[in-house]
Ligand binder design. Sequence first.
Ligand code: TYD
Length: 136
Amino acid sequence: MPLDDCRVIELPKMSDPRGNLSFVESDSQVPFAIQRVYYVYDVPGGTDRGGHAHKNLHQLIIAMSGSFDITLDDGKDKKKFHLARSYYGLYICPMIWRTMDNFSSGSVLMVLASTKYAEDDYYRNYDAFMNARLVK
Ligand code: TYD
């Protein structure tokens, strides 16, 4: 199932008394080439984000600061992840419905994505997503 392909990836961490350093390279720490980076910040307490799936997009989500929960749903099973460290990334493959919530104050959610933004890559309607899943 696609949900089994989604996983937490531990990123390299250069531990240093001056401050730690982690990195992500295309096709190395992530199983795709990175074409876009975006980030979500200043999230008011109690807010939900996400609520959509992507047809072809691969993503790695990292909590650059603070913490939040991500629930993944492949139309059959659901899995919840808590991200709280910037040396872990959650890899999300295509055709997974995701929601994010429980954002801590000051948290920053960064996404590395395999393509540039394209609204026609989204399923924003859960029933349409489920229908597409049944066809596949
Ligand atoms: P959306 O993906 O729905 O955010 P989230 O999943 O975090 O709730 O995007 C929110 C808005 O931002 C939507 O109008 C599309 C726009 N957007 C871009 O213009 N470019 C981007 O790279 C992204 C991710 C979103």
